[in-house]
Design a protein around this ligand. Structure first.
Ligand code: HEM
Ligand code: NAG
Ligand code: NAG
Ligand code: NAG
Ligand code: NAG
Ligand code: NAG
Ligand code: NAG
Length: 209
């Protein structure tokens, strides 16, 4: 009886462990002063952070902006994130290094097929965007980005929760690295974390830009 219980509880723990998606935590960039909610994957060495302006409290429209930071090993062929919790019908961002510069490309697709460039997001690259001997870092203001064709961050609730997933192809270059619209081969690594949007509104959002 005891043994059966023990086996059952170990299985339970095992399943809990497999399903445990980490939560985002707060961190601030000491150079820009921008504070994010984000996560660093210790195995893949990918960091993703997001931050939003305060929600409207006077009944006026909410901002459609956020700032994102993505850091990945410079050796990866490409790295991407989805801010909608899936590959399909979501707003994707893909980045890769090219001649010491960061190429950042918003993408969208309807299924498990090559995501193509998505027009709508208005992107401003921010200081900190760089390529060095170890890492590629993209830091960007994204306007018109909290909803898109087929979805919205937090399911439309800017104080809800959102699964943020990241993928990369860790060894294969995109086909035409000079071209932001380049196609590429499927990811071979994956991870995710849970973002509580209620914690991700940064009062200094606009003043630090
Ligand atoms: C040619 C390019 C791509 C192909 C062929 C492709 C194909 C696929 C396939 C077949 C799966 C299912 C894997 C499985 O269930 O084991 C998948 C999952 C996924 N892909 Fe892609 N993918 C591509 C690019 C991307 C990009 C650029 C992103 C994000 C920036 C992305 C994000 C995801 C995510 C988050 C999942 C898991 C969640 C889900 O099922 O929606 N993919 N992809
Ligand atoms: C994430 O936060 C939620 C809500 O506070 C909590 O229930 C959950 O256990 C946390 N997950 C992890 C992996 O810490
Ligand atoms: C906002 O993005 C949508 C696509 O998600 C696009 O149709 C629309 O034209 C964009 N609006 C602006 C003002 O750029
Ligand atoms: C490269 O950039 C990353 C991320 O911005 C930083 O953590 C790292 O210290 C930099 N490495 C070098 C060698 O400058
Ligand atoms: C702004 O977003 C908050 C959080 O989702 C929501 O409660 C509020 O109704 C939104 N305001 C407007 C004008 O849509
Ligand atoms: C790339 O990912 C694959 C699949 O997870 C793994 O087998 C391989 O060791 C990784 N290679 C590098 C260079 O990280
Ligand atoms: C990239 O992939 C898309 C979708 O499959 C396709 O329509 C397009 O022609 C491809 N572009 C190139 C340059 O091969």
């Amino acid at each position: 009886m005891f043994q059966k219980l023990l086996v059952a509880s170990l299985l339970f723990l095992g399943i809990q462990f497999v399903n445990a998606v980490p939560n985002a935590t707060a961190y601030c960039d000491s150079t820009s002063g921008i504070c994010y909610q984000g996560y660093t994957d210790p195995t893949l060495d990918i960091t993703v952070g997001l931050t939003f302006p305060p929600v409207s409290t006077d009944g006026g429209a909410n901002s459609t902006a956020f700032i994102a930071e993505i850091v990945a090993p410079v050796t990866y062929g490409w790295t991407g994130i989805t801010v909608g919790g899936s590959m399909a019908y979501s707003l994707l961002f893909v980045l890769w290094p090219y001649e010491g510069e960061v190429i950042l490309s918003p993408r969208w697709t309807t299924g498990y097929t090559q995501p193509t460039p998505y027009y709508g997001p208005i992107i401003t690259m921010l200081p900190g965007t760089s390529v060095n001997s170890t890492s590629i870092t993209a830091s960007f203001l994204c306007e018109n980005c909290t909803y898109w064709e087929g979805g919205a961050i937090g399911g439309g609730d800017l104080e809800g929760t959102q699964l943020i997933e990241y993928v990369a192809n860790n060894d294969t270059e995109v086909f035409d690295p000079a071209n932001y619209a380049s196609n590429f081969t499927i990811h071979d690594v994956y991870g995710s974390f849970e973002l509580n949007l209620a914690d991700a509104h940064f009062s200094d959002f606009f003043s630090l830009l």
